[in-house]
Design a protein around this ligand. Structure first.
Ligand code: ADP
Ligand code: MG
Length: 266
């Protein structure tokens, strides 16, 4: 009898592997023993197995989405101190975290000086979207342009564009740090154009709209980019001071005056 059980367990495990049910494969004996102890019937046992498989599958998929998004850092909204950046619209950020803008293919533009938390918020929104089952990819604009130019040279541009087209959310970080070449701007425009009304885009930038021409070159192209990005779009502005700078100042004043609890003048 014991031998037969072993044989059927081996066969069951083989089938579960062939059916690509790794959690059931791992857990079936443990869950069977627990169900036997608790007098759970066959269907109840099957339910528990399926539930466990589904939970693990979703967790693995979320991990894969997070990895594929290639965020530079893991930043969440819980780590973001709104009181340090009071100009950021907290209500709007919280609403955007729910991800409905992605369903509606809307975009987000985060504008502000360096260090005001734009990349932090964009990353937090991206991580939330991954958790909601969305395909996300984070790109620094300069790096994306370099990759697009390389792909073009290697006749892989179509392939790269097809990959970008599969995304639900494309994050373009730091538009405006380095002016793009004419070709670079055109390739970037192509990506933004293709995303229009199909993929949500988050852009972070330190440049007000009037100065986008300095990065993208031609007025015509800038107009076309802005037209697409701002059509269905949420704008978040951070006009405060750099968090890094403030933080550094606070630390240095604490070093100088360790007993003082005073906040540095800001
Ligand atoms: P930006 O992209 O606007 O230049 P970052 O998002 O890179 O700024 O922010 C710089 C650093 O300061 C990051 O480590 C970020 O996590 C942190 N930071 C910025 N603003 C805040 C804030 N309000 N609360 C907590 N951390 C912040
Ligand atoms: Mg940034």
């Amino acid at each position: 009898m014991k031998k037969l059980e072993t044989k059927s367990t081996v066969l069951l495990k083989h089938h579960l592997k062939a059916l690509k049910m790794p959690t059931m494969h791992e857990e079936c004996e443990k869950i069977a023993a627990r169900c036997a102890k608790e007098n759970v019937d066959h269907l109840g046992f099957l339910l528990q197995l399926c539930e466990q498989e589904l939970i693990d599958r979703e967790r693995r998929a979320a991990e894969r989405r997070l990895k594929a998004a290639k965020f530079p850092n893991y930043k969440t909204l819980e780590d973001f101190k709104f009181e340090a950046q009071p100009t950021v619209n907290r209500i709007l950020v919280s609403e955007l975290m729910r991800g409905e803008y992605i369903e509606k293919r809307e975009s987000i533009i985060l504008i502000g000086h360096p260090g005001t938390g734009k990349t932090h918020i964009a990353t937090a929104l991206g991580i939330a979207a991954c958790g909601q089952g969305k395909k996300v990819r984070f790109h620094r604009v300069t790096e994306l342009i370099t990759q697009l130019m390389e792909a073009r040279e290697e006749r892989q541009l179509m392939r790269m564009k097809n990959q970008l087209a599969k995304l639900d959310l494309l994050i373009l970080d730091e538009l405006g740090y380095v002016p793009a070449s004419k070709l670079g701007s055109e390739l970037l425009f192509d990506v933004i154009s293709a995303a229009y009304e199909r993929t949500s885009v988050i852009v972070t930038t330190n440049l007000p709209f009037e100065q986008w021409t300095e990065v993208l070159g031609s007025q015509r192209l800038t107009g076309a980019v802005l037209d697409r990005l701002t059509h269905h779009c949420h704008i978040l502005e951070a006009t405060g001071e750099s968090y890094r700078l403030k933080d550094a100042r606070k630390r240095s004043s604490k070093r100088k005056n360790p007993r003082s609890d005073d906040k540095p003048g800001n």
